[in-house]
Design a protein around this ligand. Structure first.
Ligand code: PCA
Length: 158
């Protein structure tokens, strides 16, 4: 089984969360809330207001998110959904565990690693955008996420 850290639209309460619980895509189970051990810039970018964790460790803020255990089918689904490798790349990130659920060996305060959808294929100006530590599509930034069904051009990076 594989662990994935989600920090954007796949989190609870965010517009793409339901994909994790559509059985047609595979299996996913919430394990814990967590933050990245290192800082990364989490920016909302492009005309569709998509959250991107820029693969620039040491810049930005420690990013809050959720760890899920997923099966291989869900991992393949997410890779396709996140347009790996053009829009995001699936990399490994170090995490600090916060609150846990279930029988997993994760415990609050412990360190762990998981896959994350980060990107190096970003536009030159994105590293100078404002960063956030905890993404919310409806946040005070006013940059509400535009659903893929409404995208009239290809995704950034594609
Ligand atoms: N979906 C993935 C990467 C960014 C996004 O919106 C996630 O939530 O982690």
């Amino acid at each position: 089984m594989t662990h994935v850290f989600v920090y954007g639209t796949l989190k609870k309460g965010q517009p793409n969360h339901y994909h994790l619980f559509d059985k047609a895509n595979g299996e996913a189970e919430f394990l814990a809330s967590a933050s990245t051990s290192e800082k990364f810039p989490l920016v909302i970018a492009g005309e569709y207001n998509i959250p991107f964790l820029l693969n620039l460790p040491g810049q930005g803020q420690q990013v809050q998110g959720e760890i899920y255990r997923v099966d291989q089918q869900m991992l393949r689904y997410l890779d396709e959904f996140e347009e790996v490798p053009s829009m995001y790349q699936r990399t490994v990130v170090k995490l600090q565990v916060k609150e846990c659920e279930g029988e997993e060996q994760l415990s609050p305060g412990s360190s762990t690693e998981a896959f994350v959808y980060s990107t190096t294929t970003y536009q030159p100006l994105w590293p100078s955008l404002p960063t956030c530590d905890s993404y919310d599509s409806q946040g005070p930034h006013g940059l509400e996420y535009v659903e893929p069904a409404l995208w009239t051009r290809g995704a950034p990076g594609s």
